[in-house]
Design a protein around this ligand. Structure first.
Ligand code: ZN
Length: 162
């Protein structure tokens, strides 16, 4: 039995023996590695490091800029362009969902199940709305030759003055 120790900064890619990793940080690493492999993304060092930041905790909504800052704070040296490209690759692979709030602001959501969002205008945060909390009574007919693939609702909210 080969034992392996994986530090935060050392990326080791086991081929088949991922079950032998037992440390908690390494468990996250293994889960993230599996997740990338499952969707056919080559687990490069940068993808792994960013995926670990994204998928280690609870579901979250991040902008490319916020994730870039977080990466730098964790000694992950990546450019904003790389973060941006990686987020889009993860989105194309189906492990992230992009939520466009306006032309200048896109969020990436680790919860890929269908749901809607509140957008808090005061602090620019997204809050999940479960899919079944929104009931659509009437939708326009889509243009000829098209069909509706999905309806995403962003409800903008701001604090009420007391
Ligand atoms: Zn969400």
């Amino acid at each position: 039995m080969v034992s392996s120790r994986i530090s935060e900064n050392f990326v080791y890619i086991p081929e088949n023996d991922t079950h032998m990793v037992t440390m908690s940080g390494a468990r996250t690493y293994t889960a993230v590695l599996e997740r990338l492999r499952r969707v056919g993304l080559r687990p490069t060092r940068q993808r792994l490091a960013l995926a670990k930041l994204l998928f280690s905790g609870e579901d979250r909504h991040v902008t490319a800029e916020a994730l870039h800052k977080e990466a730098l704070a964790n000694q992950i040296c990546v450019s904003l362009a790389t973060v941006y490209n990686t987020l889009h690759q993860f989105t194309d692979a189906g492990i992230l969902r992009e939520v466009v709030v306006d032309a200048a602001r896109s969020y990436f959501d680790t919860n890929t199940r269908h749901h809607h969002h509140f957008y808090r205008e005061d602090d620019q945060k997204l809050v999940d709305i479960p899919d079944d909390h929104v009931v659509l009574k009437k939708l326009p007919s889509p243009p000829a030759g098209t069909s509706i693939s999905q309806v995403d609702i962003v409800v903008r909210i701001h604090p009420t003055s007391t």
